[in-house]
Design a protein. Structure first.
Length: 431
């Protein structure tokens, strides 16, 4: 396929790009790499213009991607990153040297992807067109190539084998962890899910494994490495082994494990780590929506955390007691319908003095009343409310927490996105 692409309108803007990408949600999500390969051909193979580190797993991918990219940039490498989802704009998913894509650069990249999609869609059946994630991934790879990054750190979307990101020949693959998630598409055992995610491993690559990997997933990682003649690197559980005395800007004990994994991946790429750049990266890398603390002098402290499954909530609750230091906690919770909400709530509510059940704007969000039912009866001391509108739920939670308390919004990154998106900004992405 050649690049006889129709150019987007001269007035094409970031807002136009957002509208186009949102319109593609109507066509849902479909696995397979044929459309993605055709997009890459139409764009003159931008996926071959940079070296790549591919991050797969169940939890911690976005944090790890940001940290790896920051570590490489601190060592003088021109690094890009592609991650998902976003909170306010799609442009947040494409990062160059630690900065989100500018509206102008994002509009240009999305415009190129739009033009390529017109070419590809013309060869496909009406119900088999380019998907939103494929279009966005094509835009990301196009921009990363246009910006001449040396290496791109890429977060897999869902799974690995058939994920749209898997048209790169990554020399390093990072496996954060494996949990039972997206079983409808990836399989209903840890072994099956691990195999799908590890399918991105290329011959001769380096496979970096997060600490505490499920034994069944670890076994699959060893088998995959043997098949592909890949080298295994095992990350430590804490970053001190690689960076003594390191202090992280990102909060939460779980972020220390993510940073240790990121250091191991960066060292695999660089060959060695220098302590000053490592400490600089740790001290400057924020992770929006992950144990993000927003202080309010006029009211309760707000913590935003997109923990979206049982393992994520478990990691969050391990870090909460030290942060609360005895303060009253009220949670605002929304959970998608494919998650084990009952287990998530049981873990979280054990720490709460109050909870407000709500539902994000994502069409897959469980109704707030259903969450309340799944939580079951609570101790008399725990105040429980139902408020389907997230913003009103946050106001109610602040009232319940009081000026000295802490409000936690969690259960879904889409809830966090609803709360940080400016009023009147329109709907966010549901994928």
């Amino acid at each position: 396929m050649t690049t006889s692409c129709q150019a987007p309108p001269a007035s094409w803007t970031a807002r136009d790009a957002e509208h186009w990408l949102l319109s593609l949600e109507l066509f849902g999500m479909r696995f397979g790499l044929d459309r993605m390969r055709a997009l890459m051909a139409a764009l003159n193979t931008p996926n071959e213009a940079f070296r790549a580190i591919h991050v797969v797993g169940t939890n911690g991918k976005s944090s790890t991607v940001r940290m790896i990219a920051a570590l490489l940039a601190a060592h003088g490498v021109r690094a890009g990153a592609y991650l998902s989802p976003h909170l306010v704009t799609f442009a947040e998913r494409i990062r160059i040297d630690g900065e989100d894509s500018s509206p102008q650069a994002f509009a240009a990249a999305a415009g190129r992807a739009w033009a390529a999609a017109q070419v590809v869609d013309a060869t496909l059946a009406p119900d088999d067109g380019v998907t939103q994630f494929e279009a966005l991934t094509a835009a990301a790879y196009s921009q990363l190539a246009e910006e001449a990054v040396e290496v791109a750190v890429v977060e897999a979307g869902l799974g690995g084998r058939w994920d749209a990101t898997n048209v790169i020949d990554a020399e390093i693959v990072v496996l954060t962890n494996i949990g039972l998630e997206h079983t409808r598409w990836l399989g209903d055992t840890v072994e099956q899910i691990a195999r799908e995610k590890l399918a991105v491993l290329a011959p001769g690559a380096t496979l970096v494994l997060g600490a505490g990997l499920h034994p069944a997933a670890d076994e699959q990682a060893v088998l995959a490495a043997k098949r592909q003649n890949a080298t295994i690197v095992r990350a430590p559980a804490q970053p001190e082994e690689l960076a003594p005395g390191v202090r992280l800007l990102a909060r939460g004990e779980f972020q220390r494990g993510n940073f240790a994994l990121a250091c191991s991946a960066a060292r695999a790429y660089l060959g060695a780590l220098e302590q000053a750049p490592v400490h600089a990266a740790a001290a400057s890398t924020a992770v929006p929506g992950r144990f993000e603390v927003i202080a309010d002098a006029a009211g309760s402290e707000l913590v935003l955390d997109g923990a979206h499954n049982a393992a994520g909530i478990a990691a969050l609750t391990e870090s909460l007691p030290a942060h609360l230091a005895g303060r009253r906690l009220v949670a605002v919770v929304s959970v998608l319908d494919d998650k084990d909400a009952a287990v998530m709530l049981a873990s979280l509510l054990a720490l709460c003095a109050g909870v407000v059940y709500t539902a994000s704007a994502n069409p897959r969000a469980r109704p707030a009343t259903e969450l309340a039912t799944l939580a079951g009866p609570l101790p008399d001391a725990v105040v429980s409310r139902v408020e389907k509108d997230p913003r009103r739920a946050l106001v109610l939670a602040r009232e319940l927490a009081g000026p000295e308390g802490v409000v936690l919004a969690t259960g879904s990154i889409y809830l966090v996105a609803d709360l940080v998106r400016p009023a009147g900004a329109g709907p966010g992405s549901a994928l």
